[in-house]
Structures are given as structure tokens and as C-alpha cells.
Design a binder for this molecule. Structure first.
Ligand SMILES: NC(=O)c1ccc[n+]([C@@H]2O[C@H](COP(=O)([O-])OP(=O)(O)OC[C@H]3O[C@@H](n4cnc5c(N)ncnc54)[C@H](O)[C@@H]3O)[C@@H](O)[C@H]2O)c1
Length: 449
């Protein structure tokens, strides 16, 4: 169902100056309703939802390990269980590394990573590689959707030319082209692929219609954007909104500390306002492949056009300073208790960038550990989701017995709120603890961020 449409509605014509003739529907003999390109945190849950809706799904990945693991019923993505992969296989799902599978697809959805190059700019190499592979096997009538996050213009200025050049076909005329950002929140048990409204946009009105028809059977609400650039920008706005607001509360926390104000009480009070205030929490910094990365896409593309996103620069400065701030606070707590940093045993609790998710990409825990280690501290960590945690080329000692590790540590730094941590018990522990999340019941030995 289309929940909302743009001011110029779905029937108002193509979203670019190009006026196509109608694309003919693909033949019914195709063996796959959907080929998902990139079977990671985004692609695999999408494939699962499509399988559950009865679509014949094929998965394509460059990683043989990913494809063969899935073929053997093993999930490599948190939030998708082995049992679910087994059930997908029973529903005729197949994963492989051979791009020839694209020839027989009615729809191809590209879900490959979009990271940063060394200078912090967008790295579209994997999107370009995937688009090139798809292009060489693209047949008339196929719908190609990009779901990877990127800056406005990527679908029409980067992906479209690659698809057209590699296939000899014309977008909007011979095949359908769409952009639909993925909003999945790994570890979120309430909001998943099916019940999170899906923004959908097309290169032309027909492309948009075809994309809406593809997603509607397995996604409850489909929201039609005016064009691909609006959909691309909407995704960047969502993540930039989080980025800027987290930086804002981090800065409020820094100021409150300086002024002797309890920031957690401030947040509690402000958070009771039933309108006009979205509650964000301060912490050791942001991580993952979305929140720290996506605003860079926006800032870099804006810069290229001569526009400076001033707020993003300011937010970045604050966020980048937070791991160092946490480390300095930890050293300060040691000092308050008369413990020299040299040789002090500091235990980090939770090193992933999100609670209850086995993902350490861009985690701020790494920078916290690095600063502490530089000060001579003996850093170890406990995290049920992370077997190995490397910092500056060294693997940190991992504590597996939590009680024993808590007993031995001179200072515990709570970085991540995994549900396995008993916050009340941590608060009652008669030893120093730095609580970067403001959730441990206050105790004599507990220091808030
Ligand atoms: N992880 C999230 O929470 C999340 C949420 C929303 C949007 N996104 C966006 O979705 C996109 C995908 O992210 P992800 O987290 O799923 O990445 P991921 O690293 O978990 O998985 C990507 C997969 O793509 C494969 N791959 C890379 N290049 C390929 C190619 N040319 N052909 C086929 N497979 C290829 C990789 O081997 C990997 O298995 C990114 O743009 C990301 O920003 C991610």
C-alpha cells in the first residue's frame, strides 16, 4: 500500500526530464522473483522477509564464506537465526557467488556496503562493482533497486550510467530503476523489515510504481518519495538527525560536568515533555557503519557543490572527542581513588557499538582502550558478543568469567548496556565504576560520565 505520495503524485510523470516509453514486463519463465546482491546486515533480513512472503529468492555475494555458510544453514548476521536460514532454504532460497543468477531475476536489489575512503569521502567502489556485475547480465523488464545508503544523486548519476553502459539497455525504457533506503536497526526486536515503513522512489513514475508493487506484498507501509534524490536525502537526514542530536547531548553532558549539574537528571526532566523533545543519551561516542559514516556522505557531497554543512562539522568535533573524554574520566577516577594509571587494571564492559549486537565496526570502545593503554593501564574487556578485540594491533585480554573479572579490576568502565549486565549489582559493588550510560543505580563507588 502506498501510504503517502509526493506533492506531484505517482502518476505525475517521470522524476527526471527523460520521458520513457513503458517498460515491458519480464517473462513469467524467470526462475527468481528476487536476487539480493550483498547478503549482510541489510541483504539477509530482506531476503528472509521476501522468502517468508513466498517469493523465490536468490542471494548473491562476493564472499564464498558468506554464501557457503548460508547454504549450510548458518547465519553470519545477528538478528537472523540459523533456524531462519534453514527455513529460507526450505523455501527454495539459494545463496551463491555466481552473478549469472541475475539473468533470471524479475527484481535485483543491491545491498552492498558504502564506506569511506582514506580522506573520509564516500567509497562507492562496492556499489559500482555490484552495478557493473548486474549490468552485464541485465535483461529487459527487470527492476533494479539500490538499497545501499549514499548521497543524493547516486542512483541516477552513478548506478544508472553503469547499468546502461554494461547492458546496452536504457533505464525507464528497457528496465526499471529505483532507490529504496534500508532503515533496518539490527537488534531492534520491535521494528524490522516488514513493519518499518519503506521509502520507495523511482527514476520514472513507472519505475516507482513497479518498485512499490515489488515491496508492498511483504512490507506493511510503503512511502513513495518524489524522486530518487529525495529518498536518498531522507535516509541521510534520518541518520544525520541522530548524529547531531547525540552530539548535542554529549556537549550538554560535558558542560553539565563542568558546572556541577547532573546531566542524567536534566535528561530525565526534559524527557518528560510529551511533545517537541526527542530524547537522546550521551555516551562514549558513536559507532557502526551508519551514524558515523552517513553524515560524511552528506557533508562531502554538499562540499562538492560549494555548500558547507556547518552543523555536521561541529557535531563531528564533539563526537570525536568523546572516547578521549571517557578515557580521561577513567584516569581521573583512578586518581580519585589513589590508584596510579601505570599497571592499573581497568575492565571495559561491553565493547560493541550497540547493546546486544555483535558488531564492533567503528566502535568508540577502541579509542577509549587505546588512550588508556597509552597511559600504562592494563586494559581488559568483557563482552559476550566479542571473542577477539584488537586495539592498535594488540588483542586485548578477554574476561570470560564476569564475576571474577569484576572482582579483580581496579576500575570498571561500563561502555555498553548489554542486557546481561545486572546494573543494580554493579552499583552495589564496593569498587570504582565509571558509568558512561547513566543507568547504574547510584552507589558510593559509581561515577557518572
Ligand atoms: N547495517 C545496518 O544497520 C544498516 C542499516 C541501514 C542501511 N545500511 C546500509 O546498507 C548497506 C549495506 O550494509 P550492510 O550493513 O548490510 O553491509 P554488510 O557489510 O553487513 O554486508 C554487505 C555484504 O555485501 C557483500 N558484497 C560486497 N560487495 C559486493 C558485490 N560487489 N557483490 C555482491 N556482494 C557484495 C559483502 O561480502 C557482504 O556480505 C550500506 O550502504 C549501509 O550503509 C546498513
Amino acid at each position: 500500500m502506498v501510504e503517502s505520495t509526493q506533492r506531484g503524485t505517482a502518476s505525475s510523470g517521470p522524476t527526471s526530464a527523460h520521458v520513457p516509453r513503458q517498460v515491458s514486463a519480464p517473462s513469467e519463465s524467470r526462475t527468481a522473483d528476487l536476487v539480493v546482491v550483498g547478503l549482510g546486515h541489510v541483504g539477509l533480513p530482506l531476503a528472509r522477509s521476501a522468502c517468508a512472503a513466498g517469493l523465490r529468492v536468490r542471494g548473491l555475494d562476493v564472499s564464498d564464506r558468506v554464501a557457503s555458510g548460508l547454504g549450510a544453514g548458518r547465519s553470519h548476521v545477528g538478528g537472523v537465526t540459523d533456524a531462519e536460514v534453514t527455513s529460507m532454504l526450505a523455501q527454495d532460497f539459494r545463496a551463491g557467488t555466481d552473478p549469472e543468477v541475475v539473468r533470471d531475476a524479475r527484481t535485483v536489489v543491491i545491498c552492498v556496503p558504502t564506506g569511506l575512503i582514506a580522506d573520509g569521502g564516500p567509497d562507492l567502489a562496492q556499489v559500482e562493482a555490484a552495478a557493473g556485475e548486474v549490468a552485464r547480465r541485465l535483461t529487459p523488464g527487470t527492476l533494479v533497486v539500490l538499497e545501499s545508503t549514499s548521497y543524493p544523486g547516486t542512483t541516477e548519476q552513478v548506478v544508472k550510467p553503469l547499468l546502461e553502459k554494461g547492458s546496452g539497455l536504457v533505464a525507464g525504457q528497457d528496465f526499471f530503476l529505483a532507490y529504496s533506503p534500508q532503515r533496518i536497526d539490527p537488534g531492534n526486536r520491535e521494528w524490522g523489515v516488514e513493519n518499518t515503513p519503506k521509502i520507495v522512489s523511482g527514476y520514472t513514475t513507472d519505475c516507482a510504481r513497479r518498485a512499490v508493487a515489488f515491496y508492498s506484498p511483504f512490507i506493511r507501509d510503503v512511502v513513495l518519495a518524489k524522486g530518487t534524490r529525495e529518498a536518498e536525502m531522507a535516509k541521510l537526514l534520518e541518520n544525520t538527525y541522530r548524529y547531531v542530536n547525540i552530539a548535542l547531548v554529549d556537549e550538554v553532558a560535558l558542560y553539565c560536568r563542568l558546572s556541577g549539574i547532573d546531566v542524567w537528571d536534566v535528561l530525565h526532566c526534559a524527557g518528560t515533555k510529551p511533545f517537541g523533545f526527542g530524547r537522546f543519551a550521551p555516551g562514549p561516542g558513536v559507532g557502526g557503519h551508519c551514524i558515523p559514516v552517513d553524515p560524511r556522505y552528506l557533508a562531502t557531497e554538499a562540499e562538492r557543490q560549494g555548500y558547507s554543512f556547518r552543523l555536521l562539522d561541529a557535531a563531528r568535533q564533539v563526537l570525536d572527542s568523546m572516547p578521549g573524554h571517557v578515557a580521561q574520566r577513567a584516569l581521573g577516577v583512578l586518581d580519585d581513588h589513589g590508584i596510579e594509571p601505570e599497571g592499573a587494571r581497568v575492565l571495559l564492559l561491553g565493547v560493541t557499538y550497540k547493546p546486544d549486537v555483535a558488531d564492533i565496526r567503528e566502535t568508540p570502545a577502541r579509542a577509549v582502550a587505546a588512550v588508556l593503554a597509552e597511559s600504562g593501564v592494563q586494559v581488559s574487556y568483557h563482552d559476550p558478543y566479542v571473542e577477539h578485540f584488537r586495539v592498535g594491533g594488540v588483542t586485548l585480554p578477554r574476561a570470560t568469567d564476569l564475576d571474577e573479572a569484576l572482582e579483580e579490576a581496579d576500575l570498571v568502565v561500563l561502555l555498553q548496556l548489554h542486557t546481561c549486565y545486572d546494573l543494580g549489582a554493579l552499583g552495589r559493588r564496593g569498587r570504582p565504576l565509571l558509568d558512561t550510560r547513566g543507568t547504574v543505580v547510584t552507589g558510593r563507588f559509581v561515577t557518572p560520565l
